[in-house]
Design a protein around this ligand. Structure first.
Ligand code: CP
Length: 307
C-alpha cells in the first residue's frame, strides 16, 4: 500500500503487521533516550485543517523518535487562508521533497483526493465523519495488549456514532480482526446506513453493555451538532453517559476506552475515566507507538519489513 487512507478493505495481515510492529516501538518510547536512526533522511509533514492535540503531536513525536525531519502546517496559519486549494497545497508540500504527508481535514475523502495528486505517501489523520484509521489501530493495539486478542471479543462503541470517524474505522478494523461489534446511541446519532456496516445497533444502553468485553466511549461532537438536535447535553448525559452503575452490565474485567478529548460528566463519568479498567492515557502512549510503526512501514530504512 502506498497510502493509509482507511481501514475499510485493509486485510487482517496488514493490521496484524502494524500492531506487531508497534509493540517494539512502545519500548523505544519507554527509554531514557528516545531516538533511533530508522527514518533518518526522511521527511514527514503534518497538514492539519482541523484542531488536534493527540494525533498531530504523536505523529510529530513518532517521526522525531525515529530521526525523521517533521514539520507541522496548521491550515489556519498557512496560505490556505489566502484561498490556496487542497491540491495546490499538497503539490507545494510535495515539491519540497516530502516523503509522507499526514492530513486531517473536515471533508470526507480529502486524503483520497490528495493521494491522487502527490508523490508523497498519504496518511489519513481523520477526514470528516469518514475514517480515522490510526485512532482505530491504536484502539485495537490497546485492546490486544490488555486482552491478548481481538478475535471473539464483544466491543460496544457508545455515543455519537453519526459524526464519528473513530467509530467507522473501529467498525471496519474490529470486524476484520474477528470481534463482535455493537454500536449504541440515541437514534438521532446513529447513521442511516448502520445496517450496511455489519454491526448490531442499540438505542438502549443497558442492552448494548450486557456482557461487553470492551466499551469504546465516543465524544459527543458538540461542534458538529445541528442546533436544536435531540438530545440536549443534559439529556444525553442522563440517558447515555457511562457510569459505574451502568458498567455492572459488562463483563467483570471490562476495558473502557475513549479516543479523547473527553467531555467529562457528559459521555463519561470522572470515576470511570480515571479507573484502572480504563486505558485512556495508555491509548495516548500507544498512539505514538502505532504511528511510529506506520511511519516505519511507510518509509523506514531497516530491512525485513515490507514497505
Ligand atoms: N483522538 C483524537 O484524534 O484526538 P485529537 O483530535 O486531539 O487528535
Amino acid at each position: 500500500h502506498k497510502d493509509l487512507l482507511g481501514l475499510r478493505g485493509l486485510e487482517k495481515k496488514d493490521i496484524e503487521l502494524i500492531l506487531d510492529t508497534a509493540a517494539p516501538m512502545k519500548d523505544i518510547i519507554g527509554r531514557d533516550i528516545k531516538k533511533v536512526p530508522t527514518m533518518r533522511g526522511k521527511s514527514v509533514v503534518c497538514l492539519f485543517y482541523e484542531a488536534s492535540t493527540r494525533t498531530r503531536t504523536s505523529f510529530e513525536l513518532a517521526g522525531k523518535y525515529m530521526s525523521a525531519d517533521t514539520v507541522n502546517i496548521a491550515a489556519s496559519s498557512s496560505s490556505v487562508v489566502k484561498g490556496e486549494s487542497l491540491i495546490d497545497t499538497g503539490k507545494t508540500i510535495d515539491a519540497m521533497g516530502t516523503d509522507i504527508i499526514i492530513i486531517r481535514h473536515g471533508a470526507s475523502g480529502a486524503p483520497h483526493l490528495l493521494a491522487k495528486h502527490v508523490k508523497a505517501r498519504i496518511v489519513n489523520a481523520g477526514d470528516g465523519a469518514h475514517e480515522h484509521p490510526t485512532q482505530a489501530l491504536l484502539d485495537m493495539f490497546t485492546i490486544r495488549e490488555r486482552k491478548g486478542t481481538l478475535q471473539g471479543l464483544t466491543v460496544t462503541i457508545l455515543g455519537d456514532i453519526f459524526h464519528s470517524r473513530v467509530a467507522r474505522s473501529n467498525i471496519w478494523g474490529l470486524r476484520t480482526m474477528g470481534a463482535d461489534v455493537r454500536v449504541c446511541g440515541p437514534s438521532t446519532l446513529l447513521p442511516p446506513d448502520i445496517a450496511e456496516l455489519g454491526v448490531k445497533a442499540y438505542t438502549r444502553i443497558d442492552e448494548a453493555l450486557e456482557g461487553a468485553d470492551v466499551v469504546n466511549v465516543l465524544r459527543l461532537q458538540l461542534e458538529r451538532q445541528q442546533k436544536g438536535l435531540f438530545p440536549t447535553i443534559r439529556e444525553y448525559a442522563r440517558t447515555f453517559g457511562l457510569n459505574q452503575e451502568r458498567l455492572k452490565r459488562c463483563k467483570p474485567d471490562v476495558l473502557v476506552l475513549h479516543p479523547g478529548p473527553m467531555n467529562r460528566g457528559v459521555e463519561i463519568a470522572d470515576d470511570v475515566a480515571d479507573a484502572d479498567f480504563a486505558a485512556i492515557e495508555e491509548q495516548v502512549t500507544n498512539g505514538v507507538a502505532v504511528r511510529m510503526a506506520i511511519l516505519y512501514l511507510m518509509g523506514g530504512t531497516s530491512s525485513g519489513i515490507a514497505h
